[in-house]
Design a protein around this ligand. Structure first.
Ligand code: ATP
Ligand code: MG
Length: 436
């Protein structure tokens, strides 16, 4: 048979390779542990939903729905889309399964799909972790979700993120502001770009979100949404700001922060870094008190956020530990035959140990080479002689991480790095931890 041309992954969609998975798992584990500490429980929803769900929630005239969704008709004629974000599905599921009879703190994670132009920090399949809280109306819960994100940055060792905040008011306040904004933008219509002129008709608040530097001046002079807030929205926003101050969390009010999805009201926020170029928002969220009702549920206040894992990973520099601890080498006919059962015994005795058992035979030299490359801290060495005496060798493969970096004297570790110690097989479980 002639060799076929290999196929490639779809543009903007990436394989998570074995060498990279430890970093992803570390991030996911830390986020999960933290969310559990705050009393959030995970929900998983399908990757595919009716297209209608996203049209009704995100909004027909948003970038996502107009041009970024992966939509298709399935064989039964249903109009379906790969989910571009997680909130709509969470709300749909919460209504469908009657979860809204009491306050709920939910989190989710997984891939999202948007057909954007791939570039650094922007992909067509990307991953989010998100939080949705239902049934709580006050600024205290807005504060909680923001404090939770701050703690997450701490857990990930991220220090250069800044918090931007705005309030979009309620829908009546926004409608009034919209008129003011449209009147203002019409005065400058000649200077607007095509995109903004189109949005002026369909979704004028999004003009504030334009990334075109030529519009920066016009946008900076535009009337401010915060000035258009009524007393309740203003009190909510001020209470949140006061809470942030009490918690010692610095923020910046950005009156141009409007978010790209239609469903937000009152509080909106973003965590932004300057270290990722144009794709600087790593986490975005806010309140969406009208969405549950809009999707057919009983009116229920809600607040949430989503963070982009690819962008967070690009920022964080933590090195995850090597993925295995020990590598079992066996040379000789009997030793080879005994290796796998002995490995099982070791795993029984040391449930935490990550042990890789060599397969495929070969000389000591070639097996040691594999052991070394595996990243394991020690090789466990089994030859026919050892086996006959029910013993096994422990050979450190790398200097153990020194507890005391100032100790530069003739290293004991240098010696133990090269020496092989023979121990009785039934003492291995006791002795091995000293070498790890
Ligand atoms: P942006 O302004 O960068 O397009 P957005 O407002 O569309 O972001 P949201 O829908 O609020 O983003 O998603 C929340 C987070 O998910 C973003 O802050 C970002 O970290 C991440 N994210 C969104 N779109 C992508 C993408 N195409 N590739 C990678 N990460 C993304
Ligand atoms: Mg976007």
């Amino acid at each position: 048979m002639t060799r076929q041309t290999p196929l490639r992954a779809i543009r903007g969609m990436h394989d998570l390779l074995p060498d990279d998975s430890a970093r992803w798992q570390q991030l996911e584990d830390r986020a999960r542990a933290l969310l559990e500490r705050y009393g959030y429980t995970e929900m998983r929803t399908p990757l595919v939903e009716q297209s209608e769900l996203f049209k009704r929630s995100i909004g027909e005239v948003t970038d996502i729905v107009e041009k970024e969704m992966y939509s298709f008709e399935d064989r039964g004629g249903d109009q379906l889309s790969l989910r571009p974000e997680g909130t709509a599905s969470c709300v749909r599921a919460a209504i469908e399964h009657s979860l809204l009879d009491q306050p709920r703190r939910i989190w989710y994670r997984g891939p999202m799909f948007r057909r954007e132009r791939p570039q650094r920090g922007r992909y067509r399949q990307f991953h989010q972790i998100g939080v949705e809280v239902f049934g709580l109306t006050g600024p205290d819960i807005d504060l909680e979700v923001i404090l939770l994100t701050r703690r997450l940055w701490e857990a990930l060792g991220l220090t250069d993120l800044r918090l931007e905040l705005n309030s979009l008011g309620d829908s009546a306040e926004r409608a009034a502001y919209r008129q003011q904004l449209v009147a203002y933008l019409r005065q400058h219509e000649a200077q607007l770009d095509d995109d903004s002129r189109r949005r002026l008709e369909t979704n004028p608040l999004r003009v504030l979100d334009s990334k075109n530097p030529d519009l920066a001046e016009i946008i900076a002079q535009a009337p401010s949404l915060i000035d258009a807030l009524g007393s309740d929205s203003r009190a909510h926003f001020e209470a949140l700001c006061a809470g942030l101050e009490r918690a010692g969390l610095a923020y910046e009010i950005n009156p141009r922060l409007v978010r790209g999805l239609d469903y937000y009201n009152r509080t909106v926020f973003e965590w932004i870094t300057d270290a990722l170029g144009a794709q600087g928002t790593v986490c975005a969220g806010g309140r969406y008190d009208g969405l549950v009702e809009q999707l057919g549920g009983r009116a229920t206040p809600a607040v949430g956020f989503a963070l982009g894992l690819e962008r967070l990973l690009e920022l964080s520099e933590t090195e995850p530990p090597p993925s295995i601890d020990a590598y079992l080498i066996a040379v000789g006919e009997q030793a080879n035959a005994a290796a796998m059962p002995i490995a099982e015994q070791i795993r029984d005795a040391l449930p935490e140990l990550r042990l890789l058992c060599h397969c495929g035979g070969g000389s000591f030299k070639s097996q040691f080479k594999r052991a070394d490359r595996s990243g394991a801290k020690v090789a466990l060495v089994l030859g026919d002689d050892e086996l006959a005496q029910q013993r096994i060798g422990i050979k450190p493969l790398r200097a153990p991480a020194s507890d005391d970096p100032t100790n530069t004297g003739p290293a004991k570790s240098e010696q133990s790095k090269t020496e092989q110690t023979s121990v009785a097989l039934d003492a291995l479980a006791d002795r091995l931890p000293d070498f790890l």
